[in-house]
Design a protein around this ligand. Structure first.
Ligand code: UDP
Length: 338
């Protein structure tokens, strides 16, 4: 397995995966519609790896354009990152989310079938577990009805891929359920670069750290957790990227349909994260306690033993490493990547 089509390959997670693929001897071919990414990311990938991967400005819902990419390249495997990802926005615009996220998967699957491509890794999410009745979360836990359309697209795509694999047992499907990816490339060249005001905690904290935003609002301090603030499993994006390479290697063994949690196995509260950020970077993060955010759960973290055992993969970076790399990127790119 050599040539890997990476959809959304210029995004926050996709670009790290591309670097990791290159470092492991794979040849990534990127498609990205630049909806949530900048073309300059390609230059930065080249600076880091000294290799410029092939890039197509293509929307994965565009079947004709995507088909052309498959026709021009002998693709061995697909890693499908591309998709809309904002939980709140998905509640406002469910039709756009279902249309975009489902259609791109269907287009990719049709192209794979036509070109006899037998391996796909899909970016799923811990959101498929719904409101956890206990933690940690195991891959064998039931997939619940999602609390928002974004999450429901992940549930639906997992199901579609399962049905496709059942119909064609020679297909290998790796479902990766991400917990909370944070951090950036240790070079400071790549990191999280959201459009507008960040929804997620770490990019918000980073923008407070450089004075772009005034003050962090901590959504709730009365949860039944260690200090009352929400607990999540934050994983360094480079660790996450390496989980994809480990899964590609697994797919070479023809395992059929496999599901893995990618997290650290450890929960961190909002306050713990803020303090780790302050300590790692020698900065002060002003915060206020605000009401709970609708739809948030108290505590959410992964059991990662299945990935450790079957993929020989474990997250290596600490929360402090991730805070340092996130700050480094933010400091170097106060207005994001141009
Ligand atoms: N959070 C917060 N303030 C923010 C953004 C997030 O207190 O401005 C909290 C949120 O309530 C949750 C945690 O940080 O407990 C992680 O939220 P995020 O949106 O990053 O990820 P989620 O786990 O919700 O997907």
């Amino acid at each position: 397995m050599k040539k890997v089509l990476v959809t959304g390959g210029l995004g926050f997670i996709g670009s790290e995966a591309v670097i990791c693929l290159i470092e492991n001897g794979y040849e990534p071919v990127i498609i990205d519609n630049l909806f949530n990414a900048k073309v300059a990311v390609l230059d930065r990938i080249e600076t880091i790896t000294h290799f410029r991967p092939k890039f197509y400005e293509v929307d994965a819902t565009d079947e004709e354009a995507t088909e052309k990419v498959f026709a021009e390249n002998e693709i061995d495997a697909v890693i499908h990152f591309a998709g809309y990802k904002a939980v709140g926005e998905s509640v406002e615009k469910p039709l756009e989310y279902y249309e975009n996220n489902l259609e791109s998967l269907i287009v990719i699957a049709k192209c794979m079938k036509r070109h006899n491509v037998k391996n796909i890794i899909f970016s799923s999410s811990a959101t498929v577990y719904g409101v956890p009745s206990r933690v940690p979360l195991y891959e064998s836990d039931p997939v619940a009805e999602a609390t928002n359309p974004y999450g429901e697209t992940k549930v639906m795509i997992e199901r579609i891929l399962k049905d496709l694999q059942k119909a064609d047992p020679t297909l290998n499907v790796g479902i990766l359920r991400y917990f909370n990816p944070i951090g950036g490339h240790p070079s400071g060249l790549l990191g999280e670069d959201p459009n507008g005001i960040p929804n997620n905690l770490l990019p918000y904290v980073s923008q407070v750290a450089i004075g772009k935003l005034k003050c962090l609002k901590i959504f709730g301090d009365d949860y039944p957790t260690v200090d009352g603030t929400g607990v999540r499993d934050y994983i360094h994006v480079v660790d996450l990227a390496e989980g994809h390479v480990a899964t590609l290697k697994k797919l070479e063994e023809n395992p059929g349909y496999v599901v893995y949690n990618l997290g650290t196995g450890k929960g961190t509260s909002v306050l713990e994260l803020v303090h780790a950020y302050e300590k790692a970077n020698g900065v002060k993060i002003p915060y206020v306690i605000a009401p709970r955010r609708a739809g948030d759960v108290a505590e959410n973290y992964a059991d990662c033993e299945k990935a450790a055992k079957e993929l020989h993969w474990r997250a290596k970076f600490t929360i402090e490493d991730a805070c340092r790399d996130a700050y480094n990127f933010q400091k170097n790119n106060p207005e994001g990547i141009k």
